[in-house]
Design a protein around this ligand. Structure first.
Ligand code: DC
Length: 231
């Protein structure tokens, strides 16, 4: 990987497993601090949606790598109105569908897909001159390893499943918990940039905290860093 110039804008990396509350937390932190926001999970979902549309065989990593190269994904970074487009089409609704959720871990495990999307993520970070909150699985460990603030957000499996089931309007939290466990297993054991806590990330367990308490904790971390190193 080529060396990157030193960055002056603030980057807050928020990583963690599905259902840990990353999205609401990262958006609120960005809104509170007047920063941009990037949901990298939405990019992997958008890629999965595009490949499903094309009929790519998703159990064939070579086919995924070949077809992924032509897909153009664009992310809007307003935390209160994030957008995601594939080849100019708004896909913010379809990427939350069950067919995408069931297949996204397969697509995200393909190194060529990660290479393409990580490049796009870094370009977005570099363009956010006023600072950005980036949420995902490998932001602090691989995408922006020099981010001055890194958070690893966790929650108990049952709390995560309850949150996800409520988001989906799905009352079967047990099935949701099994699905989250299956995705965690794939995301954490893949060879390319697995879900992992960066050694210098601050772990926050949100199981018994409100959204506001988690946001307060992250804002305090940001203030510590910006007061120690005002730019
Ligand atoms: O956060 P999410 O559930 O929308 O993420 C969708 C999938 O994308 C999830 O299975 C893990 C993967 N992902 C990833 O591999 N790396 C990221 N930086 C973000 C998400």
């Amino acid at each position: 990987m080529s060396p990157r110039p030193e960055r002056s804008a603030l980057v807050v990396a928020v990583d963690g497993p599905s259902g840990s509350g990353k999205s609401s937390t990262a958006r609120s932190v960005a809104d509170r601090l007047g920063l941009a926001y990037l949901d990298t999970g939405a990019m992997y979902r958008a890629m999965t949606w595009a490949l499903l549309q094309r009929g790519t065989e998703l159990d064939d990593p070579e086919a995924i790598a070949r077809d992924a190269a032509d897909v153009v994904i664009a992310s809007g970074t307003d935390p209160m109105a994030p957008t995601i487009e594939v080849d100019g089409q708004d896909v913010s609704g379809p990427i939350r569908g069950a067919d995408v959720t069931d297949n996204v871990s397969l697509v995200a495990a393909v190194p060529r897909v990660r290479e393409l999307l990580v490049k796009r993520q870094r370009d977005t970070v570099d363009a956010a001159l006023g600072g950005i909150v980036v949420e995902g699985r490998d932001i602090g460990s691989a995408v922006v390893p020099d981010a001055p603030v890194k958070v690893y957000l966790v929650a108990d499996p049952a709390a995560r499943a309850a949150r996800r089931a409520a988001e989906l309007g799905d009352i079967d939290a047990t099935a949701t918990e099994a699905d989250l466990a299956r995705r965690d297993e794939i995301d954490s054991t893949r060879a390319a940039s697995p879900l992992a806590k960066a050694p210098d990330a601050v772990e926050i367990d949100g199981t018994h905290l409100t959204l506001e308490q988690v946001v307060d904790a992250i804002v305090a971390l940001v203030e510590d860093v910006t007061q120690a190193d005002p730019r």
